[in-house]
Ligand binder design. Structure first.
Ligand code: SF4
Ligand code: FES
Length: 379
């Protein structure tokens, strides 16, 4: 791989994964297989210093994420710091646990925006995916509190075989909850989701139907609800510019302070990630070996190197090339020009064709559906 030391424009957004702790057990979780422990999380002073450095770099948006970010006791202080440094704050939350009770204090601290994940449109379907009974009801209460406080709301729905028939329902639910934006995001198969791929993979006709539903709703609801859609890579012809292009727009800080070009980058062996405890954010952005590994176009193999789209999609997703081909420096096989494209199409088709998909493997102890049923119930 080739490094580029040419200075690059500063990033636009930063995702702070404040903790990997989470009350939910979603089978499509994009967090790494090995989660950071609470004892390894960076302390409040370090998070606040990172926010100062983000503001100095000209970053506009801070996504406060996890795991469940409200599991951190300092979440109000962190939110207030975003406001005082002029950073637009977006709380990415499950809406479960302490989230609803904390909302008034977060609003008071200057929180700009809330992004709430929904796993389904009914308690039965949503709680099954989340692996937590009572979670959907808690989310509905949380959304009502967001509405009462007048905070801007985006609903995020990760789509897979188990809920692809609910796309119309997600649209109705987003309107009912007062959201102005809905993300219909087909599962991306990294982290824990890769482990559950055979259980989550929808069939191509279902995917095409979901796209038609979203396109019709966009027209019908223009001016009322914005719908963003992430289509599944395995059925695409051209890859997405993952994370806006490696090291181009985005930084991801893991709970223990490692700074990543994308949330799954740690799955790539041999990359050296710098930590905010040892380096400033600006130093990491310009000089960290991991950010420079796949930045720009010099590292690209054929067919990307001579492709007219190489500065549009930046060769697609490195983590997907690694997961499917064992080499992060190859063209993303989601691209129709990749010599391996037919392989992933065939894989998706065969998994989706299984009449009885495997059960979900949930995160955390008790990874089967039966074990979760008895272990996790919200009061
Ligand atoms: Fe993108 Fe490479 Fe495919 Fe061209 S060949 S469309 S640059 S992934
Ligand atoms: Fe890492 Fe796409 S998730 S480059």
């Amino acid at each position: 791989m080739t490094s580029s030391r040419v200075p690059v424009p500063n990033p636009l957004g930063i995702l702070l994964e404040l903790t990997h702790r989470c009350p939910l057990h979603c089978p499509y979780c994009s967090n790494p297989l090995e989660l950071d422990k609470r004892s390894a999380e960076i302390d409040t002073a370090t998070v606040l210093r990172v926010l100062d450095e983000a503001a100095e770099l000209g970053i506009l948006h801070v996504h406060l994420s996890g795991g469940e970010p409200t599991a951190r006791r300092d979440i109000v202080e962190i939110t207030a710091k975003c406001a005082s440094t002029g950073l637009y704050s977006n709380l990415i939350t499950s809406g479960v646990g302490p989230a609803a009770a904390l909302l008034p204090a977060l609003a008071e601290a200057g929180l700009d925006h809330v992004q709430l994940s929904l796993q389904g449109t009914t308690a039965a379907s949503a709680d099954k995916v989340a692996g937590l009974k009572g979670s959907h009801e808690a989310k509905m209460k949380f959304a009502a509190e967001v509405d009462r406080l007048g905070l801007a709301l985006t609903v995020n729905a990760v789509i897979h075989r188990g809920n692809i028939g609910e796309v119309e329902g997600f649209i109705e639910k987003a309107i009912e909850l007062g959201a102005r934006r809905l993300e219909v995001a087909h599962t991306q198969y990294y982290g824990w989701a890769y482990k559950n791929r055979a259980a989550l993979m929808p069939a191509r006709p279902e995917v095409e139907q979901s796209i038609r539903i979203v396109e019709a709703a966009r027209e019908r609801l223009s001016g009322k609800l914005v719908i963003d859609m992430v289509v599944p890579d395995y059925y695409a012809l051209r890859p997405k510019a993952c994370a806006g292009g490696w090291g181009r727009k985005f930084m991801n800080v893991s709970p223990n302070g490692r700074v990543l070009p994308c949330h799954a980058a740690e799955s790539i062996p041999g990359l050296e990630f710098w930590n905010v405890q040892d380096h400033s954010l600006g130093d990491i952005w310009q000089n960290s070996p991991a950010f420079n590994a796949y930045r720009g176009t010099a590292w690209m193999p054929e067919p990307c190197q001579s492709c007219e789209r190489k500065e549009l999609d930046w060769g697609g997703c490195r983590c997907q090339a690694l997961a499917l081909l064992g080499d992060a420096s190859l063209t993303d096989p989601a691209c129709g020009k990749s010599p391996f494209h037919s392989r992933i199409e065939a894989l998706a088709a065969s998994e989706a064709a299984e009449s009885a998909p495997p059960d979900y493997i949930y995160r955390g102890p008790g990874q089967t559906a039966a074990a979760r049923e008895h272990e996790d119930v919200l009061p």
